[in-house]
Design a protein around this ligand. Sequence first.
Ligand code: OFO
Length: 166
Amino acid sequence: MISKTIVEALNSQIKLEANASMQYLSMASWAEINGFNGVANFFFGQSEEERMHMIKLVKFINERGEKAVIPALDKSKSEFDSLQDIFTTFLESEETVTNNVNKIVFQCLEAKDYTVHNFMQWYVSEQAEEEALARTILDKFKIIGSDKGGLYLFDRDIENIAVNKE
Ligand code: OFO
C-alpha cells in the first residue's frame, strides 16, 4: 500500500517523463528537417528512453495495486534557434525531471516508504548520467560556436555518443 501523497508524486513523474519524451521527439524532428541527422538520431533515441522511463513508472504503480494516471501532456517547444538552443533545452528538461525525482525521494523518506525510495534510486542515477551528458555536449558548443565545419563534425560525432550509450 502506497500513501496517496506518494502515488500522486509518482503520477507527477509519469507526466514529466512523457513530456520529456515528446519534447525530445520534437527536437529530433527539428534536427531531421534541418539536416542534422546525427542529432536527430540522438533525440529519437532519447525520446524512446524517456518513454521507457514513463512505462516503468506506470507498471510499478499498477503492480503495487494503485492506479497509474496517463496524463494530458504539455505542448512541446518546436522552434529552435540553433543546435545549441536544442541542447540547452535538453539540459533544462533534465534539470526539471531531476528536481521532481529529488522531491519524490524526499517525500518517500518523510513517509518512511523505503520500497518506493528504493525504486526511485534508479531514476536518481539515470538523471545524474543524463545531466552529465547534456553538460558535456553543451561544453562542446563553447568550442564550436556557430562554425559550420564544427557543427558538421559535431553532428557526425554525436552519433557515436548515441551508439556508446546503448
Ligand atoms: Fe527520464 O531520464 Fe531524464 O528525463
